[in-house]
Design a protein around this ligand. Structure first.
Ligand code: TTP
Ligand code: MN
Ligand code: MN
Ligand code: MN
Length: 379
């Protein structure tokens, strides 16, 4: 008797950027369920619902132990009626009927398979589904026109849907580092994204590149890509140039969350030799004689970003994630501090000026937040 009353209520601050969220999650059953509903909302282009479920999941990720009863959740932020219903269902019945039926729905399964193709987003997948395409077989049979990214995505579908390990990320890092210093001596490369937050696997590998002398980084990306291409490391690449300086609306408030650095979305060819950390033999390309069912390499999604040193701290913070942590930082900046944060700069609307920073620590300080290290940004 009185067990429920003895269970202390949890307390967490409202914004994910005020919390320390490690990879240790004591509520994976609940957060997996809410994340699935978030994903389903995003795939259905209902972004508002998606964010609401992501925020709810993030609150549960920050709890110090498993949720045992609904009473413990009283007063917690970001838990809306819908999320609370899902949590209650799981606590009482072991599963959420909404999550289970979503998971089994033909539409969700089709959206997952089709958006699992690199280059295919929610809108394209939805169009295909309305044309009766629900799986890869039907896609290949009915043959809608695929762009270059989607063709590559389909070709490397299995590899790209395998998680990337930290050791694969490190092996690729060695190659990219070597490429970076050969095309621009003195340039620096940093691992960003999920691996910087200490994740053991990822869906891709992300790198940020800069040079300590402002301006020296200009033109680096095409050279880097040529080097990697000439060595046979790229199965696909699309480079977009820096559009920050030339944009008309100025750097303060980017129209979207997409930043405007010079960047490259690529599919990297990781060979067994690179994995072992030995030299890349020129002979390893499979010229016509592909061994059936086995190949000595795998395809890995790699994102490269180049930033001028003056924006490096903002780029580092903006590309380390998690995506929700980034979103919450920007929400905090805007709503609580009347500032605009992007991956390029921090603008103070009250003082009408940019706030400089050369480290992530300085940016948190400008924002009036306690510093949260990358390993605790796993919201
Ligand atoms: P992702 O690589 O998509 O995510 P991740 O590395 O956190 O997770 P995973 O292990 O699944 O790869 O994005 C990394 C960060 O980069 C994320 O915080 C958001 C940021 N980002 C941008 O700022 N602009 C972009 O266009 C993209 C794609 C990402
Ligand atoms: Mn713990
Ligand atoms: Mn990543
Ligand atoms: Mn990425």
């Amino acid at each position: 008797q009185g067990n429920e009353a003895e269970v202390a209520a949890f307390s967490v601050p409202s914004y994910a950027c005020q919390r320390r969220t490690t990879l240790e999650n004591h509520n994976t059953v609940l957060t997996d369920a809410l994340s699935l509903l978030a994903e389903n909302a995003e795939l259905s282009e209902e972004d508002g619902r998606g964010v609401a479920f992501r925020r709810a999941a993030a609150v549960l990720k920050a709890l110090p132990k498993p949720v045992a009863s609904m009473t413990q959740l009283r007063g917690l932020p970001c838990l809306g009626e819908h999320s609370l219903r899902v949590i209650k269902d799981i606590l009482e019945n072991g599963a959420s009927s909404e999550v289970e039926s979503t998971k089994q729905s033909e539409r969700y399964k089709a959206l997952k398979v089709l958006t699992g193709i690199f280059g295919v987003g929610a809108r394209t997948a939805d169009r295909w589904i309305r044309d009766g395409i629900h799986n890869l077989r039907q896609l290949q049979d009915s043959g809608p026109t695929l762009n270059r990214a989607q063709q590559a995505g389909l070709e490397h579908y299995d590899d790209l849907n395998q998680p990337v390990s930290k050791s694969d990320a490190d092996a690729i890092g060695e190659v990219v580092e070597k490429a970076v210093v050969s095309v621009l001596p003195g340039a620096h490369m940093t691992l960003i994204g999920g691996f910087r937050r200490g994740k053991l696997t990822g869906h891709d590998v992300d790198f940020l590149i800069t040079h300590p002398e402002e301006g020296r980084e200009v033109g680096l990306m095409p050279k880097l890509v040529s080097w990697l291409e000439s060595q046979g490391f790229l199965l696909y690449q699309k480079t977009t140039r820096n559009s920050y300086l030339e944009s008309k609306d100025g750097p303060a408030r980017p129209a979207s969350n997409m930043d405007r650095f010079e960047r490259c979305f690529s599919i990297f060819k990781l060979t067994k030799e690179e994995k072992r950390g030995t030299k890349h033999p020129e002979t390893l390309t499979e010229n016509g004689t592909k061994p059936a069912g086995h190949k000595p390499w795998r395809a890995v999604r790699v994102d490269l970003v180049v930033s001028p040193i003056s924006q490096f701290a903002f780029a580092l913070l903006g590309w380390t994630g998690s995506k929700l942590f980034e979103r919450e930082l920007r929400r905090w900046a805007g709503h609580e501090k009347s500032m605009s944060l992007s991956s390029h700069a921090l603008y103070d609307n009250r003082q009408s000026k940019y706030l400089r920073a050369t480290s992530e620590e300085e940016i948190f300080a400008h924002l009036g937040l306690e510093f949260v290290p990358p390993s605790e940004r796993n919201a």
